[in-house]
Ligand binder design. Structure first.
Ligand SMILES: C[C@@H](N)C(=O)N[C@H](C)C(=O)O
Ligand code: ZN
Length: 234
């Protein structure tokens, strides 16, 4: 073989094959579990009921955890740390919805996921109105890790116009309220359609709240943990 052939043909092929051998591209059974390989393997072992952190599954989720700040309707800090957890089964279906949103050019921004039961009581003390706050004596789907408050952002991270801010407790936030610009109605439609297709049910009074309708799990009252190495709430 001429040296020129070796340099331009055989050498690149040899290098490519060597790289493949060192870093094999394997078919991942759960392609969503993309945070780290170690996380992926770990999450595979968990039961569907485990409470898992969303961004460990998909780092494209944006987080704006209002109840970890005073910028919420209670004007109090209700969580120790700004993290979002859901039951593994719920998280997986949300991930499938996220994949669809990403194909449309959007990403999900999470305002709230699992919410400790004691926080539900605090909310209810201030706003005992079951249209906008779940009755803690029955338990909210958030307390079960089965509800998520969310919106959509565009490719620049800008929130789509949904007509009202998050936790706007009034008629304009109701999903049947239609005295809104066509673009707002269309944004709400996309949000609802994709989530409903993936196992979530909209709440008639809050465009941002979606409950899981494939399973219901127990109420928990474990605080949102702060240690980053804690990957699940047990
Ligand atoms: C408080 C609000 N973000 C919310 O999630 N409301 C529903 C009804 C709930 O508390 O379950
Ligand atoms: Zn909610």
């Amino acid at each position: 073989m001429k040296p020129i052939n070796f340099i331009f043909v055989l050498l690149p092929i040899t290098i490519f094959i060597s790289i493949q051998a060192l870093f094999p591209i394997t078919e991942n059974a759960s392609p969503h579990l993309s945070y780290t390989k170690e996380d992926s393997l770990y999450y595979e072992t968990l039961h569907d009921t485990a409470m898992v952190e969303l961004i460990r599954y998909d780092s494209d989720f944006m987080l704006d955890i209002k109840y970890a700040t005073k910028d919420n309707f209670t004007k109090q800090v209700l969580y120790d740390c700004p993290r979002a957890f859901l039951r593994k089964k719920v998280a997986k279906d949300l991930l499938n919805a996220h994949k669809e949103f990403k194909k449309l050019g959007y990403r999900i921004k999470i305002f709230d996921g699992y919410r400790p039961h004691s926080v539900q009581f605090k909310m209810w003390d201030l706003t005992p109105d079951k249209r906008y706050v779940g009755n803690p004596y029955k338990g909210s789907m958030h307390n079960r890790g089965c509800a998520v408050d969310l919106t959509l952002v565009d490719n620049n991270g800008k929130e789509l116009d949904m007509g009202t801010p998050y936790d706007f407790f009034g008629e304009e936030a109701h999903i049947t309220y239609n005295k809104l610009p066509e673009q707002v109605l269309s944004n709400r439609r996309v949000l609802k359609q994709v989530l409903e297709k993936n196992g979530f049910r909209a709440l008639s009074t809050e465009w941002w709240h979606f409950s899981y309708n494939r399973n219901v799990y127990n109420i928990l009252n474990i605080p949102i943990p702060c240690q980053q190495e804690v990957r699940e709430i047990k």
